[in-house]
Design a protein around this ligand. Structure first.
Ligand code: F6P
Length: 362
């Protein structure tokens, strides 16, 4: 039987992602216009459930104009797990379990259900709050596109456009100067942004976490290009690559950090080939700014379907995209299973077929 719903909450957690506002708008409009519910925005991850003054009413008027806006009007954090909330107390870090307080506050706020938008971490919290009794539905979010339960997450397409545009721009200047350009893109565990932007931007070498590589093989590929008269090369590097333990001269690489691996690869290439190398780290530029039309549409569809899941009483489920249709899976199934690039998959095969190299011996 469909539940009686009067008020729902919306929370988003973890890193921001282009399209979050489009999900919020889709859900708010579907809830108010389609069902006549009240909607409350829970600010800064789940902080608004811990401190209720950090909630805001969301109305059709208050969310007007947010569809093309990057970021999130609710604010977000990747440090706000209510089950293990770390606070500073007298110079010491103290961990609190605020989960029951969240349940109590959800009751006080009159929330009949909550939409949680997030990646693996946020959805795990959502699942666990659901187990404590908060009726919850999930919406997957990450520019990395590494959630296995959905074919694609919103935000990925926008990040891909940004990365491809950067590769295109760097291509022309690389060619003019006969340089090697190293472009570090995001992708903590999965290399989808690097692989897809590399293919779209015509990279010569693509380094991703899923394919072990050596600098020697990368340099060999660049030498081959030189031998055919190509004085410049484009190397796309995912921030989450697994560096070999030592550089080509046997010196251990320093501890690997996002924003730095591109420089480590660039230095190694320069030291081996003695070529002019420039490194660009795209970083959070990939996460900011207006979402692409695809991400706006997907996010809107996700937001609307999250509301419909609530209307049907299908709690503990997460919306997803399968064969172009919006469906749902249990949040429990969805979390904890990272989707990685298949090194033998068709995108990698396509890249290899057009002569791109992954720094391996294949
Ligand atoms: O998971 C999305 C992501 O953008 C990763 O690609 C990246 O490693 C991470 O978030 C960066 O997080 P932060 O914004 O905390 O630096």
């Amino acid at each position: 039987m469909a539940p009686t719903i009067q008020t729902i909450g919306i929370a988003n957690g973890g890193g921001d992602c282009p399209g979050l506002n489009a999900v919020i708008r889709g859900a708010v409009r579907a809830a108010i216009l389609g069902h006549g519910w009240r909607v409350i925005g829970i600010n800064d991850g789940f902080d608004g459930l811990i401190w209720t003054e950090r909630t805001i009413p969301l109305t059709v008027e208050s969310i007007a104009g947010i569809l093309p806006r990057g970021g999130t009007i609710l604010g977000t954090t990747n440090r706000g797990n209510p089950f293990t909330y770390i606070v500073e107390d007298g110079g010491k870090k103290v961990t609190h379990d605020y989960s029951l307080r969240c349940c109590e506050n959800a009751r006080k706020l009159g929330l009949d259900a909550v939409i949680a938008i997030g990646g693996d971490g946020t959805l795990t919290i959502a699942r666990d709050l659901g187990r404590l009794g908060i009726p919850i539905v999930g919406v997957p979010k990450t520019i990395d596109n590494d959630l296995s339960a959905t074919e694609v997450t919103f935000g990925f397409d926008t990040a891909l456009h940004v990365a491809t545009d950067a590769i295109d721009r760097l291509h022309t200047t690389a060619e003019s100067h006969g340089r090697v350009m190293v472009i570090e893109v995001m992708g903590r565990d999965a290399g989808f942004i690097a692989l897809h932007s590399g293919v779209a931007g015509g990279a010569d070498v693509i380094l991703i976490p899923e394919i072990p590589f050596t600098i020697e093989t990368v340099c060999e590929k660049l030498r081959e290009r030189e031998a055919t008269g190509k004085k410049f090369s484009m190397v796309v590097v995912a921030e989450g690559i697994k560096l070999p333990p030592n550089d080509p001269f046997g010196k251990p690489y320093p501890e690997q950090r996002p924003g730095q691996v591109g420089f480590m690869i660039g230095d190694s290439i320069h030291n081996v080939l003695k070529k002019d190398v420039r490194v660009t780290v795209l970083g959070h530029i990939q996460r900011g700014g207006s979402p692409s039309p695809f991400d706006r549409m997907l996010a809107t569809r996700f937001g609307v379907e999250a509301v419909e899941l609530i209307a049907r009483g299908e709690f503990g489920r997460m919306v997803c995209l399968r064969a172009g249709e919006i469906e749902s899976v249990s949040i429990d199934e969805a979390v904890g299973e990272t989707r990685l690039v298949d090194p033998k998959g068709s995108m990698v095969r396509t890249a290899r077929a057009v002569g791109m190299n992954f720094g391996d011996q294949a």
